[in-house]
Write a protein that binds this ligand. Structure first.
Ligand code: 5AD
Ligand code: SF4
Length: 464
């Protein structure tokens, strides 16, 4: 055992933040104490993202920034985890002398061995990908938690091969996690006082678990569980827990999932459905597996099954060969859908991807930037408009914490995932993280809503 102190810093997607909680659990088993600042640590681990070049550059700069700590603490060890570890491998050790340890997303179980090597003064690398690893039974240590909301990983990897995306190379083949272990983790979160989970996967709609192969005797009529089944299992097993999920894929999103969402009050009415482009020809070059009409049909299905559902998206501006007309198709699709929220990016070429091998990255950077700005401006307008539609409604808001802008206010989220700001005081008492309150929405901007609490939903009552 050791009394060493470790610090983990996470970059990128929610999946990485969730993986860091697995890593924290493995380190805690090794006797590490987790600390809040790199300055206080003997081991600094950066869990990294490769999705865009800028994300990688941020981490490379951060590694340089850690140099001064080494001067103060010669025993300091630095490790790179996650997608950059997988993509850059031994090169990372060459490029950054400070780095002692490189561990890919499927190799965290070997951390104890690797850390032994590093302790002995060697450098250690494990970037093996796996077809099976789901870390199913490792109980995550919740990091930076508000005690209210938590992530639960339901699958890993991605088999889709979108032309722009490095994820299939860094996170490997798609594999689903045993539903029993997922439900057990959610139940445990409820027992610990958590009120909301987000089920995570790169493409949750291709979740599949073969119950037969597991010799599950209980339901012979349904030998496989798909994502809709899983969602329903969790919603039933944990009726007091709010459930969210991310990310859906337009080519795979089924009406069955929408029916399950519509049928359970505790499943939040919010879908993140990345479109990437509104142009069928661009979508084809991107190898997304759907066209504009298919995507709009999925949007129509959401509105049909769940009229009050919020929808968000991801958009890439300036993908290879994108013409002005194709860009305008993205704007026109946005006009049709009117997204509640969007993550918007300039295309960034990634080594080894289909696009890097097949197409020149031929949209000039200024053009990418200008198009992205047009997308952002339009989205701001739509977000303000969509948020305005909440005004006057009474909505259930789960309080997450004290507002960052003012300690006289709390923030929470409604079912649609919009941030709602309310007074900290309600009926002579202070609201607390984890409180569920019915709130009248009084105003809204593109970023958040303001509301007045009208009623506290009683603790322990299965209100959903
Ligand atoms: N360039 C720009 N954006 C990208 N994304 C993925 N790969 C790239 C890339 N090479 C975006 C996509 C995806 C989100 C997670 O990141 O929109 O949905
Ligand atoms: Fe990347 Fe496409 Fe898989 Fe998403 S679905 S992780 S964009 S390859």
């Amino acid at each position: 055992m050791t009394n060493k102190r470790a610090y983990i810093e996470s970059y990128g997607c929610q999946m990485n933040f969730s993986d860091s909680e697995i890593v924290a659990s493995i380190l805690a088993d090794q006797g590490y104490t987790l600390v809040e600042k790199a300055e206080d640590a003997d081991l600094v681990l950066l869990n990294t993202c490769s999705v865009r070049e800028k994300a990688e550059q941020t981490v490379l700069n951060r590694i340089d920034g850690l140099n001064h700590l080494k001067g103060r603490n010669p025993g300091l060890r630095v490790g790179v985890l996650g997608c950059m570890a997988e993509r850059m491998r031994e090169d990372l050790l060459e490029k950054k002398k400070l780095v002692d340890l490189v561990v890919g997303p499927d190799a965290y179980r070997t951390l104890p061995l690797l850390l032994d090597e590093v302790e002995g003064g060697q450098k250690a690398v494990n970037v093996l990908l796996s077809r099976e690893e789901t870390y199913a039974e490792i109980e995550p240590v919740r990091l930076g938690s508000n005690g209210v909301t938590a992530f639960v990983t339901i699958m890993r990897g991605c088999d889709n091969m979108c032309a722009f995306c490095v994820v299939p190379f860094t996170r490997g083949r798609e594999r689903s996690r045993d539903p029993e272990s997922i439900v057990a983790e959610c139940r445990q979160l409820v027992a610990q006082g958590y009120r909301e989970v987000t089920l995570l996967g790169q493409n949750v709609d291709s979740y599949r678990w073969n119950l037969d192969a597991d010799h599950n005797p209980r339901d012979a009529a349904r030998p496989t569980a798909d994502f809709a089944d899983l969602l329903e299992m969790v919603a039933r097993a944990c009726p007091t827990l709010r459930i969210r999920y991310s990310t859906s894929h337009p080519k795979d999103m089924t009406d069955k999932v929408l029916r399950v969402m519509a049928g359970h009050h505790n499943i939040c009415k919010y879908i993140h459905l990345p479109v990437q482009s509104g142009s069928s020809s661009v979508l084809q070059r991107m190898n997304r597996g759907y066209d504009r009409a298919w995507y709009l049909d999925r949007i129509a299905a959401i509105r049909r099954h769940i009229p009050d559902c919020a929808i968000s998206t991801d958009i890439i501006s300036g993908f290879c060969g994108e013409t002005e007309a194709e860009h305008r198709e993205t704007l026109s699709l946005m006009e049709e859908v009117r997204y509640d929220m969007a993550y918007m990016f300039k295309y960034s070429e990634r080594p080894r991807t289909l696009a890097a091998r097949k197409f020149p990255d031929d949209v000039a950077d200024e053009v990418k930037g200008r198009r992205l700005q047009e997308v952002i401006d339009l989205q701001m307008k739509h977000a303000a408009e969509r948020n305005g539609q909440h005004v006057g409604q009474v909505q259930e808001v789960l309080i997450e914490g004290v507002s960052k802008r003012s300690d006289r206010h709390m923030y929470g989220r409604n079912s649609q995932n919009a941030v709602v700001i309310v007074d900290r005081q309600y009926a002579g008492t202070e609201l607390m993280p984890g409180d569920l309150v019915r709130t009248r929405i009084t105003s809204g901007t593109s970023g958040s809503l303001q509301g007045e609490v009208v009623e506290r939903v009683r603790e322990g009552v299965e209100e959903w």
